[in-house]
Design a protein around this ligand. Structure first.
Ligand code: ITT
Length: 199
């Protein structure tokens, strides 16, 4: 039987990527399959602290099950690492992805420095069960930011981010390509051995 993994997220794009990266070895379910599970507020000031909050609180809602959480975001060097852990709420508490991209473009346009703007996506993954942390991984993908969106694929800041070694944004590159080199793919790759031992 294929083991189940609860992915403690409300972001269906993340779930799609994690399910594609793990392939048929795991049956990935997110919070849509567990509507009674509520996650504690992300009050941490690091990706790790927030990923722990999501994984630990999520795991308390599904006793005995393996729970994975991802806290991720974009760091832009010329903006002192912002939006960072506030990536999902950069343009305000109720901001959507388009609002956040607009805010990023506005902030970049205010800088004296001109392109290229270096940065990276960061992802911390935490595996937990019954309120206890089992394993933590963190990974990043370096690249640069565009000042205009390129492509409609992906989600979040993808249309503004070109990974190192490529000339197109994650909004243009295929999902297969993104899932081979992204921050999420690398953090999950580092988690695979631990997952396999618990399957
Ligand atoms: P959950 O907390 O429910 O998992 P979320 O989208 O709020 O969903 P985060 O708190 O980890 O997740 O915020 C991450 C934000 O960083 C996300 O909303 C995007 O704006 C951005 N982000 C993270 N990974 C990304 C990726 O692969 N491509 C584009 N943007 C990404």
């Amino acid at each position: 039987m294929v083991p189940k993994l609860v992915f403690a997220t409300s972001n269906a794009h993340k779930t799609e990527e994690v399910a594609a990266i793990l392939g048929e070895a795991w049956q990935v379910q997110d919070l849509r399959a567990h509507p009674g599970v509520t996650l504690d507020e992300e009050t941490g000031d690091t990706f790790e602290a927030n990923a722990i909050i999501k994984a630990v609180s999520g795991s308390r809602g599904v006793p005995g099950m393996l729970v994975l959480a991802d806290d991720s975001g974009l760091e832009v060097d010329a903006l002192g690492g912002h939006p960072g852990v506030r990536s999902a709420r950069y343009a305000g508490e109720t901001a959507n992805a388009a609002d956040n991209r607009a805010k990023l473009k506005a902030e970049l346009s205010k800088l004296e420095q001109t392109a290229p703007f270096s940065g990276r996506f960061q992802c911390c993954m935490v595996l937990a069960r019954d309120g206890a942390v089992l394993h933590i991984t963190q990974a990043s993908v370096e690249g640069h930011l565009l000042t205009e969106e390129q492509g409609a694929g992906g989600f979040g800041y993808d249309a503004l981010f070109v990974p190192e070694g490529f000339s197109d944004s994650f909004g243009v590159l295929s999902a297969e390509t993104k899932n081979q080199l992204s921050h999420r793919a690398r953090a999950l790759e580092a988690m695979k051995e631990q997952l396999a031992s618990l399957a």
